[in-house]
Design a protein around this ligand. Structure first.
Ligand SMILES: Nc1ncnc2c1ncn2[C@@H]1O[C@H](COP(=O)(O)OP(=O)(O)OP(=O)(O)O)[C@@H](O)[C@H]1O
Length: 246
């Protein structure tokens, strides 16, 4: 089990946004992608989800190559997007059923898991609700519940912490830690480093579409000359300075 991204170059037009990205995530590893606005985090994620076609390079998950076997590849991934995507005409219960069907889950086991997740995020009494009645945070929680319900080898999470109440943030951090303990792979893009630090130990720093450094929190701190007492957020000031002088 491993996610391998090799020499990935891509973007939206002929001009590449991300350049020669090399990443590997092992089972039981949570990797954070961090970088300034526009660094290419979401673009990298869109490539991993198969929403953009690479100009160069390949993405392989558990020996399945995205370009060659897209359906098999995508079935191994669950995704929590930055902006919740829900079907306006489906109830919460129907969203869960759709997830169970799409990922071919055992219904009995899946409902047990779904009920635990719903309770955790205080959605257990809202099964008949349509998305129109959900607040922004509630919609985000539905995305979290369906992603963790899918129980895939790889979970891709794009900026999950904004808009969640502190209780939901802490529940999400616990779920990520448990998934890591169960040897799942997590890839998460975020700017909220104080929250990320609680669940994520390895980071890739993207700068202008390229990976500047990849490693443990200690490695990253060392690379940017940060002391243990410095806030991890200081990285953003350094990246900004680097860009201004590039
Ligand atoms: N749909 C699009 N079409 C063309 N260019 C895009 C599109 N989406 C993003 N870009 C460009 O790609 C570059 C990287 O954007 P991306 O969204 O990957 O950054 P990011 O690191 O996720 O930023 P943020 O922290 O703001 O979410 C930016 O220069 C952006 O303008």
């Amino acid at each position: 089990m491993v996610l391998k991204i090799e020499h990935l170059t891509g973007g939206y037009t002929g001009i590449p946004v991300i350049k020669d990205i090399n990443l590997e995530i092992q089972p039981g590893e949570a990797l954070g992608i961090i970088g300034l606005n526009g660094a290419g985090k979401s673009t990298t994620i869109k490539h991993i989800l198969g929403l953009l076609r690479p100009q160069k390079g390949k993405i392989v998950l558990n020996s399945v190559e995205l370009i060659k076997q897209p359906t098999e590849f995508k079935r191994q991934i669950a995704y929590i997007p930055e902006v919740p995507v829900l079907y306006e005409e489906l109830t919460l219960k129907e969203h869960l059923e759709l997830t169970m069907m799409s990922y071919q889950l055992d219904e009995k086991k899946a409902w047990k898991r779904a009920n635990e997740l719903l309770k955790m995020f205080r959605l257990d009494d809202k099964l008949d609700w349509m998305p129109i009645y959900f607040s922004k945070g509630m919609k985000q929680k539905v995305m979290i519940v369906t992603a963790f319900l899918a129980d895939t080898d790889l979970l891709v999470i794009d900026e999950p912490f904004t808009g969640l109440d502190p209780l939901a943030v802490s529940n999400l951090i616990d779920l990520i830690k448990k998934a890591v303990a169960q040897k799942k792979m997590i890839l998460m893009s975020t700017h909220i480093l104080a929250d990320a630090e609680q669940a994520i130990s390895n980071y890739a720093v993207l700068n202008n579409g390229k990976i500047e450094v990849i490693g443990s929190l200690t490695d990253i701190r060392k690379h940017y000359g940060l002391n243990e007492s410095d806030s991890f957020d200081k990285i953003y000031q350094i990246l900004n300075e680097e860009q201004r002088h590039a």
